[in-house]
Design a protein around this ligand. Structure first.
Ligand code: CA
Length: 233
């Protein structure tokens, strides 16, 4: 028998919170919910959840702060953020704080379930640890989520290291955004998912590992084919 996966839903809108809890229980998950920021933070920090579904706009403490505090305690915690606006800034801010994924409101239950399954599949599988990665002027320590660019020290999220590791393992060829979504994010390959998540991560990575992010020499775009990591090994 496999263990029942536990999900914490932090959402102040009652209809969404209870609706989501019902659907997740129906799909076999154990669910706890919280209606305010402080309650969500307390449960997140004291409980053992396989995944936290986290609204951003919450009374008391917002979802960004909960995500940040949770990450400080447990860098491995899987988190999906619910974003009310479709603004890139909101999404980037959430991903920067270490959310694994985001779903825009209003969302379909089916869409959220697929993302939940994908995030859980990844976190259950763990990150495949690659060797350290050497690039021009950059060294990346994948085990410690850190690196150096000249005298500057770098830090990476788990997801960024997973992207870099996958690209490094296939550095002899370009990797398409769809392949990254399938292999690194764990989405089923036959679904049309937005590829913006990949682009946002690539842009963030370039700011870290390139001298001139607009003229990349390490993480290059191969027109019409995808991204390629130019490794020195
Ligand atoms: Ca809200």
């Amino acid at each position: 028998m496999t263990k029942q996966l536990q999900i914490l839903v932090v959402e102040d809108e009652e209809a969404i919170r209870t609706g989501l809890a019902d659907v997740l229980v129906y799909h076999g998950y154990g669910v706890e919910s919280a209606a305010t920021g402080p309650e969500g933070l307390r449960k997140a920090l004291t409980g053992q959840f396989d995944l936290i579904v986290l609204d951003i706009m919450l009374p008391g403490i917002d979802g960004y702060e909960i995500c940040d505090r949770m990450r400080a305690q447990d860098p491995e915690q899987a988190i999906i953020m619910l974003t009310a606006k479709t603004s890139d800034e909101e999404i980037i801010h959430g991903l920067k704080l270490g959310a694994d994924d985001y779903v825009n409101k209003p969302f379909s239950v089916q869409q959220l379930l697929l993302r939940i399954e994908a995030v859980l599949r990844r976190s259950q599988a763990g990150i495949e640890q690659a060797r350290n990665i050497r690039l021009r002027d950059v060294e990346i320590d994948t085990a410690n989520l850190s690196g150096r660019k000249g005298s500057e020290s770098l830090s990476f999220t788990r997801r960024e290291i997973a992207v870099l590791s996958y690209l490094a393992q296939h550095s002899d060829r370009p990797v398409s955004r769809e392949e990254l979504l399938t292999k690194v994010w764990g989405y089923p390959g036959n679904l049309e998912f937005e590829t913006r998540t990949v682009d946002i991560h690539i842009a963030k990575l370039r700011r870290k590992i390139e001298g001139l992010p607009k003229e990349p020499v390490n993480l290059v775009t191969v027109r019409g084919a995808g991204y390629r990591l130019v490794t020195l090994d």
